[in-house]
Design a protein around this ligand. Sequence first.
Ligand SMILES: [Mn+2]
Length: 180
Amino acid sequence: MPSDWTMLVEYKPYEPHFYSMIIPDWGTSYSLCQTLGENAHVLVDLGHHLPNTNIEQIVARLMHFGRLGGFHFNGSSYGDDDLTTGATKPFQLFLIFHELVSGMQDAQVKNPPIAWMIDASHNTKDPIEDLLQSCQNILTSYARALIVDHDKLAKAQENNDVVVAEEVLRDAFCRMSVRW
Ligand SMILES: [Mn+2]
């Protein structure tokens, strides 16, 4: 097979009335990518997780393995709701970006360049307005992740100081507010 091919393997836990999926989770995607070879990478769609899934940890793991290849920005509270990215869980979107930025700044992490896409289908809004809001939330979360005091956070993690670690993250989240 030519070496310039790239394959992104997306996963999804279920569709309504269709509760057994071929690729239901990131572990299955990762396993398939391992078999397919070094040009196959996992694609994370933010809407494709069960409620309360720790998506930021999945992102960190995949980057650690060097297998995070793509991102579908989306939003979800229950199933694949296709909400505006960051509309209902802005702090989680910030935490996800924090892991992305941390992984990209870590010289030991050998992850390929990530393909960024917005993947949502909007039924309750004008799609253009939704895209504008999604982009604003994505950029704001990225900016927030960039101003996290990484040295202070690393020190707090080293000391098992949960209170300071939380304040470092909250400080970055609250300090950055973007309006049109
Ligand atoms: Mn998708």
